[in-house]
Design a binder for this molecule. Structure first.
Ligand code: FO1
Length: 330
């Protein structure tokens, strides 16, 4: 039997979770038993934060919970069926943020993580330990072990001010006009152990249809990651998070506008750039609704593939991953 392709996915958020579920499903359909040996996910940690003395890692938790099948699919974060008694108590104390809900089961994760970090484990070691609880079928790596939480600078009342990404995203629902996104400390960060090697030895690297600015952007901003992607012998295939000129979920359009990129499947491909031109992409998956942009993508030096891109369930996501693997082979 031919060995399964070693797949590396760059991912964050709900779009990343659904895509990773599809990658695991695609491997299972190929008869791969040990999907964790074939699938490595490099996860955005730019959304992370300290709140009430505990360390939250929203994208890592979204992907972990989704792979474990314990995520709250309706809310889009936290655990299914969790209560909010502890959160109510925190609010009564005036602790935390009144607009940021921490479910009881999710809090258990944050407490365990924080304890281990305080004992001296690195975020990579903590994630490795957390990954053992459930049969995830994927190896998860944080993009870096450094704390590089995203700060958003917004224009407000004739001035500008900065706030943590989560405040901008959940409290203000991205309605305050952003003028920039920064990850303080990222210039000194290095990729987490295993990230460089996974990219170097991959058969294919997939960029999930996650927010290009605040999910994929921080991963690419870790010094060394872009170089690793340019140097790997593996094809790099991206999947458009834009369908029919609209973001599928979240508020990526606001983020793209802030950095001067149009909300279009072609413009996001242009943001990542063609590998032959100093960028990252060999191929780009566009939705059927964006078929008309295929020539524009090709003119950017990136091979376009037009496929259905709605990740309605794991089977649909697996189909997208299969299309990405086919685009990589071409
Ligand atoms: N998103 C919300 O819209 N409201 C919340 O109260 C909220 C709480 C929360 C707690 C833990 C966690 O890991 C994620 C949480 N999220 C919440 C989701 C999160 O803010 C963002 O959707 C992601 O960071 C963007 O990918």
């Amino acid at each position: 039997m031919t060995p399964p392709p070693r797949i590396v996915v760059l991912a964050g958020g709900v779009g990343g979770s659904r895509f990773v579920l599809g990658a695991r499903e695609a491997l299972r359909r190929r008869g791969v038993d040990d999907t964790a040996a074939a699938l490595t996910v490099v996860v955005n940690t730019g959304d992370d934060l300290w709140l009430s003395g505990i360390r939250l890692q929203p994208d890592i938790d979204s992907i972990t919970y989704a792979l474990a099948g314990v995520n709250d699919t309706e809310r889009g974060w936290g655990r299914a069926g969790e209560s909010e008694r502890v959160n109510a108590e925190l609010q009564a104390w005036g602790a935390g943020w009144p607009w940021f809900t921490l479910g009881d089961l999710d809090l258990g994760t944050h407490l365990a993580r924080t304890g281990w970090l305080r004992e001296g484990l690195t975020p990579t070691q903590v994630l490795e330990r957390m990954s053992r609880r459930w049969h995830l079928g994927a190896r998860l790596l944080p993009m870096t072990d450094s704390e590089v939480d995203t700060v958003v600078t917004v224009r407000e009342g004739g001035g500008i001010r900065s706030m943590h990404f989560q405040e901008w995203w959940t409290r203000h629902r991205a309605t305050l006009e952003p003028v920039g996104f920064e990850n303080p400390g990222i210039a000194e960060a290095v990729p987490a152990p295993g990230v460089g090697e996974a990219i170097a030895t991959a058969d294919v690297v997939l960029i999930a249809p996650s927010n290009p600015v605040v999910s994929i952007g921080p991963i690419l901003a870790v010094p060394g990651v872009r170089d690793a992607l340019r140097e790997t012998g593996a094809p790099v295939v991206g999947v458009s998070p834009i369908i029919g000129g609209r973001v599928v979920r979240g508020m990526a359009d606001v983020c793209l506008t802030a950095i001067g990129v149009e909300t279009s499947a072609s413009a996001v491909a242009g943001l990542y750039g063609a590998r032959g031109d100093g960028g990252l992409l060999d191929a780009w998956l566009l939705a059927e609704e964006d078929r008309g942009l295929a020539d524009e993508v090709a003119a950017r030096g990136i091979r376009p593939s037009v496929v259905p891109l709605w990740m309605t369930d794991a089977a649909a996501s697996a189909g997208i991953v299969e299309a990405a693997l086919a685009a990589a082979r071409r």
